[in-house]
Design a protein around this ligand. Structure first.
Ligand SMILES: C[S@@+](CC[C@H](N)C(=O)[O-])C[C@H]1O[C@@H](n2cnc3c(N)ncnc32)[C@H](O)[C@@H]1O
Length: 414
């Protein structure tokens, strides 16, 4: 529910400026910043203020375009638009414009959060094969009080009922379950592997209530389909728990692993550590690169992911996976001296303490796979403070139509 502020509900005529992280563009009104969704840089729009907390900024939706950008296109999805589904941010932008917007965001995050100009390192955001639609191999649909599935509106608990999600892959975006009602559930999740194996999972509200912070995570269980999905990347097969982590774009695991190998260049016989290793996609790539005379240690906190990774890496005896949380203490006690450290943390990034601890292992290089350029920029800033430098940076459009962008970075001792 939006909080009350002086502009809430007002319609403003705005000149839209640069893109902001999160899928909006920045305009100014009477000295305040207005983050405008459904707009593009350079446009003049009429915008409805949807959220105003009375501070230095507010949020608005462009409800009418008075002067359109040449990059504006008709959104292919009927549920995209002001006040509608919050899943996509850039349905109204051409494909090259989407990638340019994301490149601007990555550069701006580094400038603002790491005080680094990455223009010379970042050539642009690279396209993955498959186009803008039909790529998501996992969707979580929210379920309303009546049991109808849909997708959440932007910054809202309200649900937009949908009968199809156009960015969802076959059997995910058009899942038969969207036509059913799911009383008592908080959501349904549809996930598929490289083949057409598809699993439907039910989300129920988590046990108990927390006194503060976010509500507890959903309890998730398989309704139909295999409990393990089959994925193929880097010419290898991976079996992964249906509800477990795997990159949602079908070409992403392959692209990120190749970019990582290209940048950290593991040598035969070297020792690597793969932090937040999940089901072992990057661990396997590193293990093949260092060969039988090298070694790779993966660290992962999910019991099921560790079991999947251990099975997925069974033919690579130089790779092992440990069930542990990545913490400064665990890193300080590590019984290996890595030549290469790789990390692929959750969205919040590694954080200052973990970054400091992993750099204290004195690897010759660090490879960082990041799904949030802001978190990456903060962690890179920590590394720079510790005497390291950002020596390579690539970005991939692994989430077309949305504001999300994946980066692969390399850090070296300065
Ligand atoms: C972005 S995924 C990366 C998975 C893997 N690198 C891949 O490419 O498939 C992040 C992983 O970190 C794990 N994780 C989250 N917090 C962690 C922590 N504090 N310590 C260890 N693993 C953690 C999650 O379970 C998840 O598997």
């Amino acid at each position: 529910m939006a909080e009350r502020g002086p502009l809430l509900g007002a319609t403003l005529e705005l000149d839209v400026g640069t893109v902001a992280h999160g899928g909006s563009c920045v305009a100014r009104h009477e000295g305040r910043a207005v983050f405008v969704r459904h707009a593009l840089p350079g446009e003049r729009v009429r915008a409805l203020v949807t959220e105003d907390r009375g501070g230095g900024y507010c949020f608005a939706d462009a409800v009418e375009v008075l002067a359109a950008s040449p990059e504006r296109v008709e959104p292919p999805c009927p549920y995209a638009g002001p006040g509608r589904c919050g899943g996509c941010d850039w349905q109204h932008a051409s494909a090259p414009a989407q990638r340019d917007l994301k490149a601007s965001v990555v550069r701006e995050q580094f400038t603002r959060l790491a005080h680094l100009d990455v223009s010379d390192l970042l050539e642009g955001v690279e396209e993955l094969p498959g186009g803008l639609l039909g790529w998501r191999t996992r969707n979580v649909y929210a379920v309303d009080r009546g049991g109808h599935p849909g997708l959440r509106r932007h910054r809202s608990h309200e649900i937009e009922p949908i009968d199809r999600c156009l960015i969802g892959a076959e059997h995910v975006g058009n899942a038969a379950a969207l036509g059913d009602t799911w009383a008592g559930l908080s959501g349904i999740e549809v996930a598929r592997g490289t083949e057409e194996d598809t699993t439907l999972l039910a989300h129920r509200p988590g046990p108990g209530r927390q006194s503060r912070g976010r509500r507890p995570p959903d309890r998730v269980r398989v309704v139909t389909g295999p409990s393990t999905l089959h994925h193929r990347a880097l010419g290898r097969d991976f079996e992964v728990e249906a509800g477990g982590f795997w990159q949602v774009h079908p070409a992403a695991a392959d692209a990120f692993a190749r970019a990582l190998l290209d940048t950290v260049q593991p040598e035969p016989g070297e020792t690597a550590v793969d932090l937040y290793c999940g089901a072992g996609a990057l661990t396997a790539a590193l293990a093949v690169a260092v060969g039988a005379s090298g070694s790779v240690v993966g660290i992962e906190s999910s019991v099921r992911a560790v079991a999947d990774a251990t099975a997925n890496l069974a033919d690579l005896p130089q790779a092992s996976v440990r069930l542990e949380r990545v913490t400064p203490t665990v890193l300080a006690a590590l019984d290996v001296a890595p030549d290469v450290v790789v990390l692929d943390p959750p969205r919040a990034g590694a954080g200052r303490e973990v970054m400091t601890a992993l750099l204290a292992l004195h690897p010759r290089t660090v490879g960082y796979v990041a799904c949030d350029p802001a978190a990456l920029a903060r962690d890179v800033a920590t590394a720079v403070t510790s005497g390291w430098r950002l020596s390579a940076l690539r970005a991939f459009d692994a989430f077309p139509m949305t504001h999300h962008v994946e980066c692969v970075a390399r850090l070296d001792p300065a």
